[in-house]
Design a protein around this ligand. Structure first.
Ligand code: NA7
Length: 532
């Protein structure tokens, strides 16, 4: 059957743009991207909240597939902010002439597989219908917004926003009383910026978080020149490391050094800033509770040293989960912001929000008058963006039904019963635990190599087998037991969404090991997949 396209790609973020380039320009297939937003950029199109900035450093939070691109693009800061990353992705779309095959303002609502013809039919909100041979989900891990169901929101007479659906024209907080709910990476980035503008900012905190300073700064021209000269080697390092960073991880155990030595390591990394605090300090802080306690205690000490009011400092000190068992945020002046006169911290763990009122919100014990409410309450991570579409595989089976007890995938790339559907950075792959562009390029390369292999062999249908999928799901679970992630109620385990099955979502075995699994599978003629 002649389909409208060979490949349809859902989403025009980092994944979708690169997938279009690979499928159209490298494989020469008829490919098209369907994108819900009215511009490209994915995460960086949607997340325009004040302070939105990448926690990975600019020189490696970028594509590696084109040497020309990496040589011609100039990043300005150690950590790029949202407008700069969005400008970069728009540049990529123009430079590789991608726009002519991207259809904007087109939200996919369903995808149905025809078992006889081996064709996917994709329907959009605008009631268009397209057929395709291959369907690539590039919908992102953190795009299904979570606005908590707090009674009374519809009554609120002020303005309210979720950070990931921020108005393009921005929000003027001047003279406003702002309430911010949520202290994950987003809330931690937004707090200092909103506080600097608002009349008053009240931060409603359910769980305190461990944050390390980012130490953002303009890129030093000499350093940048060196990076450009050594880009290939740095990219190779990102591919060979567990987290996709171009740094050599520490091989020391936090338990094998003296207190002074350990403290000196943490002090140095606190000064340097960024994620290096996690992987550059000691190899066991994410895996061994005693090692983790040393890092957690160091950060709590820093919080107490920074925040002047002792009661506020105590409230900001996390005690109920290990450091980095939730996604570790990095910040610019987060803890310092609580020394401002116009900022208040409210503990909604001990005194939860009961309702939103016409003029603010009410906890069990107090009322807060607010002009604006900002929800920095995160996402239905990793599965939400896929399940918000009605995806039906062979025999009409709904993905939502298949995943009712948690996602089941082979390598996070394919789902048994859903032939020719590939999920870029899907659940069961390292994805969010890796510097995302590295994870994305690896996935898109694997998928496009697989499709090229199929063309060479003259087969048109590929599907994960149930047995291989079961084995991978078991392996993902077993690998997670080596970490401390089950000890925190985080989106990594789906605990942030009421009613969501608690199960580890990303693969925690590390990118390097994961890559080996993927490469070996391909080298064995896609072992674990049925091709016909
Ligand atoms: P996160 O990390 O999921 O953080 C959401 C925050 O919102 C977190 O502090 C939550 O508290 C809080 N939250 C969520 N639901 C509620 C309700 N119902 N009431 C009160 N507070 C709530 O999302 P982010 O946007 O910060 O970051 C997502 C990722 O984007 C980040 O990890 C990076 O990878 C980029 P909780 O901790 O659940 O008690």
């Amino acid at each position: 059957m002649r389909t409208d396209y060979d490949t349809l790609i859902i989403g025009a973020g980092f994944s979708g743009l690169y997938a279009l380039y690979r499928f159209r320009d490298v494989l020469g297939l008829r490919a098209r991207v369907l994108e819900a937003g009215d511009g490209v950029g994915g995460t960086w199109y949607w997340n325009r909240y004040p302070g939105a900035r990448c926690d990975s450093e600019s020189f490696y939070y970028s594509y590696s597939f084109s040497e020309e691109l990496e040589q011609e693009w100039e990043w300005t800061c150690r950590y790029p902010d949202q407008p700069e990353i969005l400008a970069y992705l728009n540049h990529v779309a123009d430079r590789f002439d991608l726009r002519r095959d991207i259809q904007l303002e087109t939200r996919v609502v369903s995808a149905t597989f025809d078992d006889v013809a081996a064709v996917w039919t994709v329907e959009t909100e605008r009631v268009e219908r397209f057929t395709t041979h291959y369907l690539i989900s590039a919908v992102g891990c953190l795009s299904a917004t979570n606005v908590p169901e707090i009674p009374g929101l519809e009554r609120f007479e002020g303005d309210w926003y979720h950070t990931s659906r921020w108005p393009h024209e921005g929000v003027d907080f001047t003279g406003k009383r702002v309430g911010l709910i949520g202290t994950g990476s987003t809330g931690i980035q937004a707090t200092p910026v909103i506080a600097a503008e608002a009349r008053h900012l009240t931060v409603f905190q359910r769980t305190p978080n461990f944050s390390v300073p980012a130490r953002n700064a303009p890129l030093d021209p000499e350093g940048w020149k060196w990076i450009k000269q050594n880009y290939r080697a740095l990219r190779q390092l990102t591919r060979e490391s567990s987290g996709g960073f171009p740094y050599i991880p520490s091989e020391r155990s936090a338990m094998d050094v003296s207190d002074e030595e350990r403290n000196a390591v943490y002090e140095q990394l606190w000064k340097e800033g960024g994620f290096k605090f996690v992987f550059g300090s000691f190899h066991d802080i994410t895996r061994n509770k005693a090692a983790n306690d040393t890092a957690a205690e160091f950060i709590r000490r820093k919080i107490r040293e920074t925040v002047k009011d002792p009661a506020t400092a105590e409230l900001l000190c996390p005690t109920d989960h290990p450091y980095a068992a939730k996604r570790p945020p990095i910040d610019t002046d987060y803890y310092e912001t609580f020394n401002r006169d116009n900022v208040t911290l409210v503990d909604i763990r001990s005194d939860p929000i009961v309702e939103i009122t016409k003029t603010g919100l009410r906890t069990g014990k107090a009322s807060y008058e607010l002009d604006v409410i900002v929800f920095a309450t995160g996402f239905d991570a990793m599965t939400g963006s896929l399940l918000r579409m009605d995806i039906r595989g062979a025999g009409g089976v709904r993905l939502a039904d298949k995943w009712k007890d948690g996602p089941r995938t082979l390598l996070g790339l394919m789902v048994a019963g859903f032939p020719n559907l590939f999920t870029v950075t899907g659940p069961g792959s390292p994805s969010v635990l890796v510097n995302m562009p590295v994870a994305i390029e690896q996935h898109v390369d694997w998928i496009s190599d697989c499709v090229a292999y199929m063309a060479e062999k003259g087969v048109t249908r590929i599907e994960a087998t149930e047995e291989a999928e079961d084995a991978w799901v078991d392996h993902v679970y077993e690998a997670s037991l080596e970490t401390l992630m089950h000890e925190a109620d985080s989106w990594y385990v789906g605990a942030n969404i009421p009613g969501k099955k608690r199960v580890i979502l990303p693969y925690t075995g590390g990118q390097l090991v994961y890559r080996e699994h993927c490469d070996e599978t391909a080298a064995k003629g896609y072992a674990g997949f049925e091709l016909r």
